[in-house]
Design a protein around this ligand. Structure first.
Ligand code: SAH
Length: 246
């Protein structure tokens, strides 16, 4: 088991070469504290199997921040409203919140224990630009208070791409962006997702293929742009998107 005093690597050059970004000292400190708290939380909850400092750096920090690559057209300095759907232990939302303190990030998850863990962690880390939300994406996406109210939605490791799109697109504003974090991706995946995106009032704008810098695994970030209000039919009732994917 890893020790909570293990130090995360700095990786200054890799940050810069791959994402044209580097953490400040304060951000590095916050990453370190996040790592410690995730290791502690893991003793009670099954948050992640990724626990060595190098793995955590690559698969949680670096991987979470790859989503920013395709955001070039967004003014990153603006105070964006962002939602991370099915955030689990806080990924990709928490690293994004640390990297972009001017954003307001909502971490949504349907598991009470995970949200309780995140609430504690946020208190401990004094991260002030993050809120938590307990609920199912299918329900939250039908509530006026949340529907079409985010500039950006992030979703990683929650299900099939079409399911993720059905959860995410209803939550973003017209003109807003959805980032689907995927592993392998094929042309058939693109062809299918284009049809699904259209049904939801969005279009597949951009796909970024990446290799993780240490283990050289393949990653894709898929960017969907919303251009019209989503039909009230979507998201469908709890469980239906997953049982009958579009
Ligand atoms: N995004 C994280 C966690 C992935 S595990 C990461 O990449 O590490 C998937 C998480 O999504 C779980 O915590 C689960 O509780 C949550 N989840 C699954 N379906 C959901 C839904 N319909 N609405 C909200 N959360 C959901």
């Amino acid at each position: 088991m890893n020790d909570i005093d293990d130090k995360l690597p700095l990786m200054t050059e890799i940050w810069d070469d791959t994402l044209s970004w580097q953490p400040s000292e304060q951000q590095q400190q916050q990453f370190q504290e996040l790592y410690q708290q995730i290791l502690l939380g893991n003793r009670q909850l099954n948050l992640t199997r990724i626990t060595s400092p190098l793995d955590f750096w690559e698969k949680h920090l670096w991987d979470s921040l790859t989503g920013m690559i395709g955001l070039a057209k967004i003014d990153l300095k603006k105070s964006l409203q962002v939602i991370d759907i099915g955030t689990g232990g806080g990924f990709p939302g928490l690293p994004m919140a640390i990297a972009f303190p001017q954003w307001t990030i909502t971490l949504l998850d349907s598991t009470h224990k995970k949200i309780a863990f995140l609430d504690n962690l946020l208190n401990y880390l004094s991260i002030h630009n993050v809120k938590t939300l307990l609920g199912r994406a299918e329900t939250i996406g039908q509530e006026d208070h949340y529907r079409e109210s985010y500039d950006l939605a992030l979703i990683r490791a929650v299900g099939k791409a079409s399911v993720c799109a059905e959860y995410a697109v209803p939550l973003v504003k017209n003109g807003g962006l959805v980032v689907l974090y995927r592993g392998h991706w094929s042309q058939e995946d693109t062809a299918h997702l284009e049809l699904v995106a259209q049904q939801l009032g969005s279009k597949l704008e951009f796909i970024k293929t990446l290799q993780t810098p240490i283990s050289h695994s393949i990653r894709h970030c898929i960017y969907l742009r919303k251009y019209a209000p989503t039909s009230p039919k979507f998201p469908r009732l709890v469980g239906v998107p997953n049982q009958k994917p579009l």
